[in-house]
Design a protein around this ligand. Structure first.
Ligand code: ATP
Ligand code: MG
Length: 447
């Protein structure tokens, strides 16, 4: 019997976690700057949160992990995306009654979709997303797009492009839908099985089909832009005008419809044009939704806009451009124990070092001098603390400082002050988390 991870899922191993943590911190810092606050919703919801009436998307119809536990009638679905749960919560908790809308929220976490696994496409993947709920203004659209673009630019990505389109309001879409039905009527037979279903349910989806994309009948299909009413056209014009004014580059793609059925008006994607992305080049995608908040029982006419970013895809895009995130800083102190009777004493010093803010590590394996010294080296220790029988008996520690290649024996009681002093002398100012007004030796010199 062997145990293996399920297909299309991945472990985040400790060697990768610094990059993930640094990326997540970066995203959160940006949200702070734009005043978006975190929301956490459950990783499963009642199935009807995702499976809404008339939804024709692949995600809802083919990719959801839906289950019912034995003895229960409740159908639950592991979330395939973040927006539906966030909107459900926004309505259920009456957040729409807040006097200061839009409610600007972000979320981060795993999503599940039963897809064919390939590079940049997993069955469990992580999304970071934002939603701006409750105000329909082109400025709200621009705000989330500027946020998205700024995040990706600030990470150093250069091969990225914003693709932008509008799906218009319900009236415009109904007109377009009718035009598509007329147009595709003679071609339905040539389309893939999914598109035959889409033809009935939502012909807009046909334009998004990866199978039929290159067929001739797709090229001549009616264009959304010809069916927009004045209001929808004006809304989109203003969104574009704001982006122009801010010199945010974008490209209007009038066949961009997006994979989810709930979008209205503005839809957008940010793609990486780096060749290594292959077919999975969309890093971030989103749009406005006029009908979702009312669908969940919120106020009629209340609209929202959001986007989601695939973290795995973003990391592939960063890697493709040679951008690394994690800082490979070493530990501050590595404590070597050279005599078993000194172990308790050493462990106590280790604890004191950590309490003083020094990231510290120690051998538990009882390795010899050479083995421990190599471990200290692998940990890129700034200071190696040597504790043998003599140090134990005299209550001292021998401190070797890697950078300056100095070695000194100091009393255990003075150890932290000694290290603080070294840090204060060096270029590296001390980095433990002492607050303003801290009276430790190093801090007294600074504040
Ligand atoms: P695609 O066209 O690639 O299937 P989508 O339209 O289904 O994408 P969204 O539902 O809009 O994607 O999700 C937003 C982002 O989440 C995508 O741009 C992508 O970065 C990421 N994403 C979506 N599905 C997956 C997946 N199966 N594995 C990894 N990342 C994904
Ligand atoms: Mg998809």
């Amino acid at each position: 019997m062997t145990y293996q991870i399920p297909r299309g899922t991945a472990d985040l191993l400790p060697e990768q976690s610094p990059a993930w943590q640094s990326l997540e911190q970066h995203l959160k810092d940006f949200c702070y700057l734009y005043d978006f606050r975190e929301i956490r919703t459950p990783i499963f919801e009642h199935t009807n949160v995702f499976k809404r009436e008339n939804d024709s998307s692949d995600m809802v119809n083919k990719e959801m992990y839906t289950f019912t536990l034995p003895g229960s009638k409740t159908s639950l679905t592991i979330r395939p995306e973040g927006t539906a749960g966030v909107v459900r919560s926004f309505v259920e908790n009456k957040l729409y009654a807040d006097p200061d809308l839009p409610m600007k929220l972000y979320y981060l976490g795993p999503m599940a979709r039963h897809e064919r696994p390939q590079k940049g496409r997993l069955r469990i993947f992580n999304q970071f997303g934002v939603e701006s709920l409750g105000v329909k203004s082109p400025y709200a659209d621009a705000e989330v797009m500027v946020l998205a673009y700024s995040i990706l630019k600030s990470l150093g990505l250069s091969d990225i492009r914003i693709l932008l389109n509008t799906l218009g309001d319900d009236e415009s879409r109904a007109a377009y839908r009718a035009a598509l039905k007329d147009y595709f009527a003679p071609y339905v037979g040539e389309l893939c099985a999914d598109c035959k279903r889409r033809y009935e349910q939502n012909p807009l989806r046909i334009l998004d089909c990866k199978v039929d994309h290159d067929k001739e009948c797709m090229q001549q299909a009616p264009r959304m832009s010809d069916y927009l009413n004045d209001e929808s056209r004006e809304y989109f014009r203003t969104v574009c005008e704001i982006l122009d004014r801010l010199e945010i580059p974008y490209q209007v793609e009038d066949d961009l419809v997006r994979g989810l059925d709930y979008y209205t008006h503005t839809v957008f994607e940010i793609v990486s044009e780096n060749r290594e992305m292959g077919a999975q080049s969309t890093v971030l995608a989103g749009g406005r939704y006029d009908n979702l908040i009312p669908y969940f029982g919120g106020p009629e006419g209340m609209s929202g806009i959001g986007w989601a970013l695939g973290l795995e895809r973003l990391l592939i895009a960063l890697q493709a451009e040679g951008i690394t995130l994690e800082d490979a800083a070493g530990v501050d102190c590595y404590v070597m124990v050279l005599d078993e009777k000194a172990r308790m004493y050493a462990f106590e010093l280790l604890t004191q070092l950590r309490a003083a803010g020094y990231q510290s590590e120690m051998d538990f394996q009882g390795r010899g001098f050479k083995g421990q010294f190599k471990a200290a080296d692998r940990a890129h220790a700034k200071h190696v603390l040597i504790i043998g029988g003599r140090e134990f008996e005299e209550g001292v520690v021998t401190v070797k400082t890697t950078e300056t290649r100095t070695q000194e024996t100091v009393a255990a009681a003075d150890l932290v002050a000694y290290l603080d002093g070294l840090d204060a002398d060096g270029d590296d100012h001390h980095h433990h988390d002492h607050e303003e007004g801290c009276q430790c030796e190093a801090c007294r010199g600074e504040h």
